[in-house]
Design a protein around this ligand. Structure first.
Ligand SMILES: [Zn+2]
Ligand SMILES: [Zn+2]
Length: 391
């Protein structure tokens, strides 16, 4: 079966690359993907699928029949900012596909095409998830809230992410924790505005922000052990409108990344305590909001099946168990928290290439068809393992 899947993928390679280039030229953001979803919907409809909406910017189709359902996921959103790479299919908007989600969408469309050709032989159902807003970590959550994992009920799931700094044609994965947990925080300090010449008449939130900045970023230096693996970054900070006005409010926005839930919980608690107590000691008030994104935890059962299937498509020496998780985060973790799942990285470049999210990044397309075949091979292999014994 896998041989047949690979053959079909080779035959439709040109179509997958063309779809990718079309998507690359019309990048859209977040949950608002009107052109992208119109294109994907049209392609899927032409293939003979019934396309269902699943929340804003989300699309779902199902191939095959049977008891069990395996989910394959692609994200479709881009990033704001100009593309600087000199490619003939450059972005035609003020946004850019710098994370390669156009690759993911095109390869899942390729998988859809392959699945249609082998639909009668499928030992179960394959559900395809085309998701919006991965970059803002809203998309997977929204689709789950809109019934993604029901009707038919999803039993296991798989996703791939391209990586420009990984050797082309290789697949990297790990067992267990596969990506960092990301906890984004938004702090507001409420002081009291006054004239710049009369600081004693107000409460300066910028000064409190400066103290808080140092205290929060010092936590990882002084309260984390060498084994805690935690990073804390404040990437946005400020307030005020003029040199001679002490403003009312100041903000700090940042993120912590971690792999261990106990470490993560301890830091969240410590940052909350600082935000409550430091402003209070200056007669101001601090408030904090968190957007949590958990780690992806790869399921051993899915990994056992997928590593064999991927080895048949990419060849065994190219499928590498690195034993180390991604330091980045992924909202596929919301799916992986609910059903057994696996997330892998596919190399589309090499160590000297620009990294994802860099405006110069280029993704090598030569393994797009293989990736489409890999997605289908994992789904089919998992379903074969679950199907009732052959008659
Ligand atoms: Zn990204
Ligand atoms: Zn991404």
């Amino acid at each position: 079966m896998i041989e047949k899947i690979v053959d079909i993928a080779k035959r439709i390679e040109e179509e997958i690359i063309q779809n990718r280039r079309t998507l690359h030229q019309m990048p859209e953001l977040g949950l608002d993907l009107p052109k992208t979803t119109a294109f994907v919907r049209e392609q899927l409809t032409q293939m003979g699928y019934d396309v269902a909406d699943c929340g804003p910017g989300g699309l779902v189709v199902v191939a095959g029949q049977g008891e069990k359902t395996f989910l394959l996921r692609a994200d479709m959103d881009a990033l704001p900012g100009e593309e600087l790479a000199d490619v003939p299919y450059r972005s035609q908007t003020e946004n850019a596909h710098l994370c390669g989600h156009d690759m993911h969408t095109a390869q899942l469309l390729g998988a859809a095409r392959i699945l249609k050709e082998i639909e009668a032989e499928l030992p179960g159902r394959v559900k395809l998830m085309f998701q919006p807003a991965e970059e803002t970590v809203e998309g997977a959550k929204s689709m789950i809230e809109h019934g993604l994992l029901e009707n038919p009920k999803v039993d296991a799931a798989f996703a791939m992410h391209v990586m420009s700094t990984l050797e082309r044609g290789t697949v990297d994965y790990t067992r267990g924790v596969a990506s960092a947990a990301m906890d984004t925080f938004f702090i507001e300090i409420k002081g009291k505005a006054t004239h710049g010449s009369m600081p004693d008449k107000g409460v300066d939130p910028l000064q409190i922000a400066a103290h808080l900045y140092l205290m929060i970023t010092s936590l990882a230096a002084r309260e984390a052990s060498m084994f805690d693996n935690i990073v804390c970054t404040i990437g946005e900070m400020g307030g005020g409108t003029a040199p001679n006005i002490v403003p009312d409010t100041a903000v700090l926005r940042g993120t912590i990344r971690s792999f261990d839930k106990a470490v993560r919980d301890r830091f969240v608690e410590r940052i909350n305590a600082l935000v409550e107590n430091v402003p209070m000691s200056f007669a101001a008030k601090g408030e904090i909001k968190w957007i949590p994104t958990p780690s992806i935890v790869n399921d051993d059962g899915v990994v056992d099946v997928a590593e064999k299937a991927l080895a048949e498509v990419f060849s065994a020496e190219n499928v590498i168990n690195t034993g180390t998780p991604l330091t980045g985060s992924e909202d596929f973790s919301y799916v992986a928290a609910r059903v057994p799942a696996m997330f892998v990285m596919v190399g589309t470049g090499g160590p000297d290439e620009y990294p994802v999210h860099n405006p110069n990044v280029v993704f090598d397309e030569s393994n797009l068809a293989k990736s489409a075949a890999g997605l289908v091979a994992v789904a089919v292999s998992w379903l074969q393992g679950e199907a009732p014994a052959a008659q």
